[in-house]
Design a protein around this ligand. Sequence first.
Ligand SMILES: [Zn+2]
Length: 134
Amino acid sequence: MKVRGQNSCFESRDYDLPPDLAWNLLKNTIRILDFPVMSEVSEKYSLIIQKETTQISILIQETASGCKIIADAMAKGIRLFDWGQSTKAVDKFYDELERQITLHKIAGQKKYCPQCGQSININANFCEYCGNRI
Ligand SMILES: [Zn+2]
């Protein structure tokens, strides 16, 4: 669900991830985007980030199927050319977050060769590094 105002943007998306995992992926996301953290309450999975004049409050809530990640953005010091800036920041946030979730899911599909320890395809019958039968 997305609600856009003139200088604000509220969005909520559902994910099939436990909140603690979503929190770790969220922390990676804001590090990669270089969104400085203004305040953080880890126990409540909530934090506030600020990029230039846009401030975004982010909250993770547990749901029956995983969690909900809510981003509430507000552009400070309203100028005409700022309109839409908060929406862009929120879009950028979710794009990177979903990229992190995809990377995490791909990494989870790997398995390791018990003989040489190399990471190999989940469906492989033989290790492509040492030839060991899996
Ligand atoms: Zn091997």
